[in-house]
Design a binder for this molecule. Sequence first.
Ligand code: MSP
Length: 657
Amino acid sequence: MSNKEKSIYITTPIYYVNDVAHIGHAYTTIIADTLARYARLTGNKTFFLTGTDEHGQKIETSAAARGKSPKEYADEVSGKFRTLWDDFGITYDKFIRTTDEEHKTGVQKAFQTMFDKGDIYKGNYEGNYCVSCETFFTDAQLLDNGGCPDCGRPTTIVKEESYFFALSKYEDKLLKLYENNPDFILPKAKAKEIVNFVSGGLNDLSISRTSFDWGLKLPASMNDDKHVMYVWLDALLNYITALGYGNDEANMEFWPANIQLVGKDILRFHAIFWPAFLMSLELPLPKHIAAHGWWTRDGEKMSKSKGNVVDPREICEAYGLDAFRYFLLREVPFGQDGDFSQRALMDRINSDLGNDLGNLLNRIIGMSGKYFDYKLTSKDVAKFHQKELDEVQTLLANSEEFLYHLQINRFLEEIWKVLTIGNKAIGDYEPWNMVKDGKIEEAMALVALITNIMAKVAVLLKSVMPLKIGEVEKSLGINIDTGAYNKLIKNNELMDDTVITKIDALFPRIEEELIAVASSNPTTTEVVKEVLVCQNERTIKIEALEDEANLITIDQFFGTTLKIGTIVSAEEVPKSSKLLKLQVDLGEERTRQILAGIKEYYSAESLIGTQACVVANLKPAKLMGMVSEGMLLAAKDENGLHLLRPEAPKKSGTKVS
Ligand code: MSP
């Protein structure tokens, strides 16, 4: 991607509808959104695609486990993804669903074209399949215990009639592609793995299944109703069907894509299968397939069974959307794995956003108000501060290159160097002494220099933190659009005269973690609930949930001591919007102090004397400086949060089993 291009096409993977959105989905989507916003700001015609991947065995099984039809289930989860992105202000141009009618027509046309070219033939497949990854593996690829080499889960043996795509035919062409386009796979280090894989030899790819139904049918001309298409063939083609391939092709002008963002686990599909399909269709290839790393939480892999999956909505409600966006983009170099912790997020908020960015704006508001009645002019900035202006321009001009090469953390680092120039200039020139000495013109030039620095930084940061930078625009009296970008960044000009407006602190300091993980994580209770259902309804549901819920054994379940507790006192925790401090009687010598994140749902008084189910053998944790010695079980859905309680009163401390 470069700023010379006129039409920019950016894609995220389409997300499976067997799970709710987590930090990994939010990460890719926020990177893509930032790039798309930036491309638009710099005057490029831009198309940004995201959506949901809704076919395949995995979805069929998940839906059955919930007693729903696959379509019903897909509608529900796809809707949740879309609502989340809408609530996050994600600026997608199209949200594709693989159950869309146009997608089906496009995929069938592609199948037919490949078939007519002689790249698809019918045969028999016998081999191993991982339903969770929707991937075929050879014996040699499996783990020693027969497990999937990607996710470790058990594989099944598939033996059925199948159509094949002649992938092996494209081996040499793919190797040439990687050799001639060293930027095709980003970061470049990742290309090696792919080259090694392809050099090891490619088998033809099974692209249809007969043992289940939930998929796209082959084109009618094939006259073969038994088969549904392999979900990865169906899914990858979304990147062109979304532009109208096989239907009204007007938007195909955006093809080839400039950047296709993927997680490292699905790079192989995008860097091998996808270009081979496109070669077969005789379509141009994407410019870059960019693979990011994986997020862990507090150093641990996230999983539903651990109950430590980062819910992006919860984080944003507690810490703010823009802080979350900044954190994701700044914390980890693109391509590397990253760790999410509330502590790390708070550090970024308090230091980078509060101190460096927010304080500089505060100082502009303070100085402009005190010395100049908020009215500023840039007319003498160059006369007194050419040196600083040159330094700023060099940094800003170089920063853009980092963004276009997906070194987004470096892009932000360069911008922060510019903020440092601003903060340092105030200390170096001491405008208060200039005013005292009657050097009003110089003081004005200094305050206007800082304001220009803030304005230029704001232009570049608008795509990263659209909401907070909106407030900066209001405060500085500027409007950030392509005109402002051309004027302040490209042509290196200064702001027009302006009037500063006082606004609240951009990023108020956060002293304590705002989310009580132990007390309010609904995922944990959801899993417990699901396991209980399985115990009653036996094996069919257990099988169905196995690959996605990471089932635990009965022994593991009873490793958790659940007891009925009576809440003897309850009070609000000052300065916390979520926490209540409870004293709970568990039939022990003394009551336990439990901090529960339920303040939004229960008043303190209403809880006194009531009972709840308590996890009684949880390691004590400190929240907002106070010890919490247990956790209340609760269930949360769109109708709110409710504590789990016994149907009839029980003695305090009664075991739940
Ligand atoms: N449906 C396929 C993609 C088809 S694209 C033609 C798929 N869907 S997914 O929902 O399972 O995964 C979507 C993305 O989330 C992948 O890019 C994956 O790498 C990413 N992540 C899943 N867990 C993640 C983390 N813990 N951290 C970062 N990203 C992670 O695969």
